[in-house]
Design a protein around this ligand. Sequence first.
Ligand code: AMP
Length: 548
Amino acid sequence: MHGLMQYHPLLVSSLLKHAARYHGNTEIVSKRVEGDIHRYTYAEAERRTKRLVRALQRLGVKESDRVATLAWNGYRHFEIYYAASGMGAVVHTVNPRLHESDISYIINHAGSTPVFADITFAPLIEKIAPGLAGQVRDYVFMSDEANMPPLELPGGVRVHCYESLVAESVEDYEWPLLDEGSASGLCYTSGTTGRPKGVVYSHRSTVLHAYAVSTADAFGLRAIDRVMPIVPMFHVNAWGVPYAAPLNGAAIVFPGRHLDGASLASLFNAERVTMALGVPTVWMGLLQHMQRTGERLETKPRILTGGSACPPMLLETFTKEYGLKVCHAWGMTEISPVGTCDAPKPAHLGESPEAEMRRKLKQGRALAGIDLKIVSDAGEELPWDGKAFGDLKVRGSWVASGYFGGQPGSALDEEGWFTTGDVCTIDPEGYMQITDRSKDVVKSGGEWISSIQLENIAVSHPDVAEAAVIAARHPKWDERPLLILLPKPGHTVNPQAVLKVYEGKVSKWWLPDAVVVVAEMPHTATGKLQKSVLRERYRDYLTSGGCS
Ligand code: AMP
């Protein structure tokens, strides 16, 4: 027997429609690339978004076409998200921090026709446009006529001004009913191994993810919140905030391009931000700024950290010295991205502050709609005892089932589980803790050593800014941990003093065999430590007598 309930497809446009109708006066604030602050409301955002759809139609964009963006977090980017998806096309966010050859590859592979760009990316567009000349017809600069950049582009390519396109359009558009399974967004993985791969989000997966991250134990968003997505809209939809905020009627504060501690702290206070999301690198920058200047975050916002492991020192200082509530989340491009968050369960009520810290350093438990398991090398499921660690697999309604254009590496096994590439433990309460990326784990004499655990201990030393542990080749044990350290500005690191910090914290055989102090650490375009570069450089460090 079928249920007798109405059927309304889960569509991205319904989120903006809801916010415009029920939270029409709620603000969207943007720090613009032009330098000033822009404010308007959800009601105005929907009206301009409808005009933008008309402009896209004039540019020849049709259903399923990909509309590329190269942009920071701001209200115009938000409008493109909804205009492209809402009309049945696909918003294709491109990470401008990638190498230009990867950016060209991604736009070309996706077959995106118009490219929308912030004016700061004009030099980048000049570089990539010749290679995309046969494909990209239109470049739209996201500003007004007065700020249009001077450009030299190949013949046949049209350049438009965003504000003029919007001004020349009417807002008579009605959001169409689409198949909820149709594509709404496209984002390429960071491509730390091989070429980036395209993940295609659907309307259904995006809306379900927005509901799931809104729950109290995840982002816990409310209409009285003022949420600042510091995570970029150009990578995995700023963790779904552009969808979850309208769903809840929360105000949004878009920080634009300046994400240093001073710029962020002033925006937090001026805009009374109550919740913000970012990667640990951003939080470390903010913390260092606050420690240097004595500035504090007056609204005591909730801080959501994810994207890479939360350094214990960050959690401790934010919580104990600044009174901030820190939540730790984990996810991936292929998971829309959020899979787990670390909110407590009844078993944790009354836990000691130390136990709470230990729990919060775990990546957390699955959101409803996501299922997790860990398996051994042989593919057997491992127990949830908080000790056994194995390859993490996930499945759920907002997990990728393949890649755009059938790129290889879909990694779904025969039971439909997606292999994440993360190595984890899961404790009896279901809290997952990442011990490594599968390619980063150190396999010493057949036993696994967690590089993340060793890195976390090293950064607790006051002279250390950043630490990386890689597997260096070893004649007897195959691999041994090598610790690579970046000192804090103005500090000198004494390797022996750092090694002393490990005493009593890990088994002796986990101790790094050697320490290398470097002047710079390599990072990926999404701000993650690029261990592949370090491995390349230092893999033979132990066998070559300490020379790289
Ligand atoms: P991306 O697809 O670029 O978002 O990267 C996903 C990967 O980032 C995951 O597979 C993890 O290895 C890593 N990651 C994300 N969140 C966390 C976290 N909270 N702690 C540790 N690693 C994380």
